[in-house]
Design a protein around this ligand. Structure first.
Ligand code: ADP
Length: 308
């Protein structure tokens, strides 16, 4: 331990923010998660992807302490979320898939109420105000609107604002950008980058949008068949799928295509060898290609397993 650091500080900086081992979950006889192990470090932004019904929401709900797993150990900021106290809950921001209450409240009034509830847990930062938050989520001009009158995208931004009120160290977002228009989506991405970069907020989000996962996340987890079938950066996942990068070119009237693991080296060598090559095109496989290949691969393994 470094000199001058207390046990508490050391714990805050080094320990994983999320530490899960052997996590299993079944609803009756339907097994949704099978012995999942997962560690998330401080400041990481993680996207949880997977087909519908893969167990993304279930995983997030267990981490939030809203659901009791069937088996396994779960630690979030060092404690079991099922038995977390108010102080712990204040350190965690939660954006559920959607909530439909409070329609008659006005936007600013509602957030102000939440600020008051969080006040005992907030550090003294004069820049952290209701209005600053409204500005950040792009709702400043709707501050007097009744919640029930907001559009889907505005409503979702309010959900995000609710999750941010306590300036959480850890933020859970379940499908945060459903219903956002492209402009709101870009602003939301900027906000997430800012939180991750300047405040080292750890963020775990689920999304159906692969481009969003690629843009936001340091690390992507694909949940499939009850297990984490892939875990890595978008680049790492792409490299795992054979022939990740496609190089195309033309020589005279002939067209060529080559799949390469190291496209830079290949292109360098190609141009040295074939200086007359034209229309050079390098296409990295997108996260979507990778995702579809991985889900197809895990489905075929499951079918093989079932037929044995
Ligand atoms: P995802 O978020 O990846 O779409 P979910 O975690 O919502 O997946 O659901 C995983 C599986 O668990 C689905 O088959 C769903 O029908 C089932 N499930 C989710 N919640 C419940 C529940 N409260 N009771 C019974 N089954 C549930």
């Amino acid at each position: 331990m470094k000199k001058g650091l207390t046990m508490h500080d050391a714990h805050r900086t080094d320990a994983p923010v999320i530490d899960v081992s052997g996590l299993s979950m079944a609803y009756g006889s339907r097994v949704v998660l099978r012995e999942i192990d997962l560690q998330v470090a401080r400041g990481e932004v993680i996207a949880l992807l997977g087909p519908n019904g893969a167990g993304k929401t279930t995983t997030i709900e267990i981490l939030e302490g809203l659901r009791k797993p069937t088996a396994g150990t779960v630690r979030v900021l060092g404690v079991d979320p099922l038995h977390a106290d108010l102080h712990h809950r204040a350190r965690v921001g939660v954006v559920l898939q959607s909530w439909r209450d409070h329609a008659r409240w006005r936007v600013r009034e509602f957030l102000h109420h939440l600020f008051v509830l969080h006040a005992p847990f907030l550090d003294d930062d004069p820049s952290w105000t209701v209005d600053a938050l409204l500005e950040r989520v792009g709702l400043a001009e709707h501050h007097r609107a009744r919640i029930g009158s907001l559009s889907g995208g505005q409503r979702r931004r309010l959900d995000v604002a609710v999750g941010l009120v306590g300036r959480p160290e850890l933020l859970f977002l379940d499908e945060p950008t459903v219903g956002f228009d492209p402009h709101a989506r870009r602003e939301f991405h900027e906000l997430m980058h800012e939180l991750a970069d300047s405040r080292a907020t750890t963020i775990l989000l689920t999304t159906h949008d692969l481009t969003e996962a690629e843009r936001l996340a340091d690390r992507i987890l694909i949940l499939d068949g009850g297990r984490i079938s892939a875990d890595g950066s978008a680049d790492e996942l792409a490299r795992e799928v054979a022939g990740a990068t496609e190089v195309r070119w033309r020589i005279g009237r002939d067209r060529f295509v080559h799949a390469s693991d190291d496209a830079t080296a290949f292109v360098r060598e190609l141009l040295a060898r074939e200086p007359e090559a034209t229309e050079l095109e390098v296409r990295r496989s997108t996260l979507e290609d990778t995702y579809l290949a991985m889900v197809a691969r895990s489905e075929s393994t499951a079918t093989e397993g079932a037929s044995q």
